[in-house]
Design a protein around this ligand. Structure first.
Ligand SMILES: [Zn+2]
Length: 240
């Protein structure tokens, strides 16, 4: 009898050890996933840990790369704020959102080509239905003004998304629309697997554009209309 009891105890210990090992593996995986979100393992695990987003927002530049600057206004800050605000409006409407970055801390190397490659990896691994890259414009002679969207016109859905956003902005007072422009060379549009557009939200040096880019009330209206344009596409394709 005593021998049998000893054997039971051993099995019990083996179960406990296995459980401890499983817990350690699980906690380590969660830690690695959070600490290295762009690693190969994290990319494989993303579908388990995160629901599939409908839209991924790419705030242009970030970290080492400030983008264009004018009079203390920095592109990477403006693009991040716009991405987070558009994302918040859509999330409040029940639309799952992902971001290539949600702060000024970036994980990719301080080199433009690797930076863009990493963004594309994040975008494609998100499996989102739409990608919107957000930038602000700059002109050599500091005389540019207005909002424009870049799109690969060969992608019908991308053009529809661009038109949908442009339509919503067309009735907004105090915004100059420069139109929808065709490109086949912009890296993030060329290499992403879902319908994608790149927004040039306005010119940092333009006093006119600064009103809706920086003024809280006008900017709220600007952000809402972009979100409206995205939502129209989501509803049309029954993705919500
Ligand atoms: Zn830019």
């Amino acid at each position: 009898m005593a021998k049998k009891k000893k054997c039971k105890l051993k099995i019990h210990h083996i179960y406990s050890i296995c459980l401890c090992i499983l817990i350690i593996i699980l906690l380590s995986t969660i830690h690695l996933y959070n600490a290295f979100p762009q690693s190969f393992v994290s990319t494989l695990l993303r579908p388990i840990f995160e629901p599939r987003p409908v839209v991924i927002l790419d705030a242009g530049h970030g970290g080492y790369d400030s983008g264009s600057e004018y009079d203390g206004i920095v592109e990477k800050d403006v693009t991040l704020s716009l991405a987070l605000e558009i994302g918040e409006v859509l999330e409040n409407r029940g639309i799952p959102i992902a971001y290539t970055r949600n702060s000024d801390k970036v994980f990719w190397p301080s080199e433009e080509s690797k930076d863009l490659q990493e963004r594309v990896k994040i975008i494609n691994s998100s499996r989102a239905s739409y990608m919107i890259s957000i930038h602000t414009n700059a002109s050599e002679h500091k005389q540019g003004t207005g909002f424009e969207i870049w799109v690969n016109e060969q992608s019908e859905e991308s053009v529809k998304l661009a038109n949908s956003i442009n339509d919503k902005l067309s009735t907004m007072p105090d915004i100059i629309l420069r139109g929808i422009k065709n490109t086949t060379s912009l890296f993030v549009l060329k290499h992403t697997t879902m319908p994608s557009i790149l927004i040039e939200a306005g010119f940092l040096e333009s006093k006119h554009d600064q009103k809706y880019l920086l003024d809280t009330k006008k900017r709220k209206e600007f952000v809402k209309r972009i979100a409206d344009g995205i939502e129209v596409m989501i509803q049309a394709n029954d993705l919500s």
